[in-house]
Design a binder for this molecule. Structure first.
Ligand code: AMP
Length: 224
């Protein structure tokens, strides 16, 4: 079983790498941001509350996210492993996650930290586009992630758009929250000896990052 947690500031490429790993190892990519956006799209009262928090760059409550994630992890496609993108986001969620794993009889697996600096992340945010239909992420400031046709998804031909929370003001708030609440997870997982770090700068390509991830995962098998 391959369970992978990605920890990274916004715009480090978690989503892109999660998709690549998902395709390579045939395990689902679970993005808590996507789970929340699905709830927003349902336009329920909870969805509206969540939308407000996401648009302001704030974190959604641990209770809400725990419930969505627990339900997702019990689906059959998670039986051979999964990639968590965007969770845990703070120490409390890390503790809750361990309780969820214990309950479901699943091991923690690998924690991969994509270490990117603020300037590179901000530059990436400015160029980021997503496909609202299939979720593929593009980036006009990263050559290999530019769509083949301007503003059109390579995979499903849908029109691409900017995420509403990808503006400079919301981004800097999300980065601050990351430093304050998510960064402590790095020390936490280091102390558990499960943290693997990959450095990313303005010259690092998505392919290079993916190769580094594969090196970490090589040799990991079902008994993991
Ligand atoms: P992401 O797609 O991971 O950048 O997440 C988008 C937004 O969803 C975040 O800015 C938060 O508002 C919310 N979110 C995603 N994951 C979590 C989480 N684990 N805990 C709380 N809020 C989250």
């Amino acid at each position: 079983m391959k369970n992978i947690i990605f920890i990274a500031p916004p715009a480090a490429g978690k989503g892109t790498q999660s998709k690549l790993v998902s395709e390579e190892y045939n395990i689902p990519h679970i993005s808590t941001g996507d789970l929340l956006r699905e709830e927003v799209n349902k336009k329920t009262a909870l969805g509206l509350e969540i939308k407000k928090l996401i648009d302001e760059g704030c974190l959604v409550s641990d209770e809400v996210i725990t419930e969505l994630l627990t339900n997702r992890l019990q689906q059959a496609d998670c039986n051979n492993g999964f990639i968590l993108d965007g969770y845990p986001r703070n120490i409390n969620q890390a503790h809750i996650y361990e309780d969820i794993l214990k309950k479901l009889g699943i091991k923690l697996g690998d924690v991969i930290f994509l270490d990117i600096d603020l300037e590179t992340a901000l530059n990436r945010i400015k160029g980021r586009l997503i496909c609202p239909k299939c979720g593929t992420s593009y980036n006009l400031n990263v050559k290999e992630l530019t769509p083949q046709k301007e503003n059109i998804c390579d995979k499903c031909s849908n029109i691409l758009r900017k995420r509403e929370d990808d503006n400079e003001e919301t981004f800097s708030k999300r980065f601050d929250i990351y430093l304050e609440t998510t960064n402590p997870l790095i020390e936490y997982y280091k102390s558990k000896k499960v943290l693997k770090t990959i450095k990313i700068d303005s010259t690092t390509t998505a392919k290079e990052t993916f190769e580094s991830i594969k090196k970490i995962l090589v040799g990991k098998n079902d008994s993991n």
